[in-house]
Every structure is written in C-alpha cells, then in structure tokens.
Design a protein. Structure first.
Length: 148
C-alpha cells in the first residue's frame, strides 16, 4: 500500500491498487448489486429489528468473450456491496460517491465509516445505469482532506 496515502493502510482486497489508490484516498469497487425484495423492520427499541430481504441483481455479458459482466439497472433503489474491506480504523473515514457515478445518474449517500464498510443504498435515475462488475463507484478518504 502507498506510504503517502494513510487511507490505503486500512483497505484490504483491492481489485487493482494502481488505479484505486491516489493522493486523496482510495476508490472502492462494486462487488455485488442487490434488489430489495421484502421490507426490513426498524422499531424504537430494537426488539423488532429485522433485515430487508435482498436478492442478487442479475448480470449479463455485453460481449460473449467479456471477462466481466454488467448490471443493467433501471431507475430505482438498489443496495451495493463493495469488494474491499476496511480494517483497523482508529479515526473515522469518509465514504462518498465518485463523480463518475454521479455524472451518470447514480448516487449513494456520503457517510462516515468507523470499523467496516456497510452495504450502501444506490439510487439510479429514471433513465437507468449500466454498471460493470468491479467499477469504481465510491471514494474512501480521511474525514478532513487538505485542499491545495
């Protein structure tokens, strides 16, 4: 991992480090996309807390000889799981969607990350989005970033 990038010390399972690690943080890749098929439950006290039922969204090959497949996402809500893992975090990190995702009608909430990467809700605009396996969708960075 890059000695110049303190975030990279806390990220495991990178798909391709030279493309993912940069001066401002670490880009994270999508490993799975899920459809929410049954609602979860959230109550005041937590006694009735229940996870939503998720099913993997199907992938397709754009070309028969492609190594990686694509998710064809219609406008709506999904849940994504990153390929990478966060470990040994002493200070919180900040997760945000990449500009490339935003410019193509996709988004996910920005959030602080403390001890693990959670599943993240993905919103897709009405026109839809084609998302390739291992696409870089998020950036993980220090909570405070020095700007030039």
């Amino acid at each position: 991992m890059s000695a110049d990038n303190p975030v990279s010390e806390h990220v495991e399972n990178l798909v391709y480090e030279p493309a993912q690690v940069h001066d401002h943080g670490v880009d994270l890749t999508v490993g799975a996309v899920y459809d929410v098929v049954a609602p979860g439950r959230l109550d005041f006290g937590g006694d009735e807390l229940e996870d939503a039922d998720l099913e993997p969204h199907p992938t397709t090959r754009r070309n028969p000889d492609d190594e990686y497949e694509w998710w064809d996402l219609e406008g709506g809500q999904y849940v994504i799981q990153h390929n990478e893992f966060v470990t040994d975090v002493a200070e919180p990190l900040f997760l945000q969607p990449r500009h490339e995702l935003l410019a193509r009608g996709g988004s996910h909430p920005s959030m602080r990350v403390f001890d693990h990467l959670p599943l993240v809700p993905l919103t897709v605009a009405d026109g839809g989005l084609r998302l390739k396996e291992n696409a870089r969708v998020s950036t993980l960075m220090p909570v405070t970033v020095d700007r030039p």
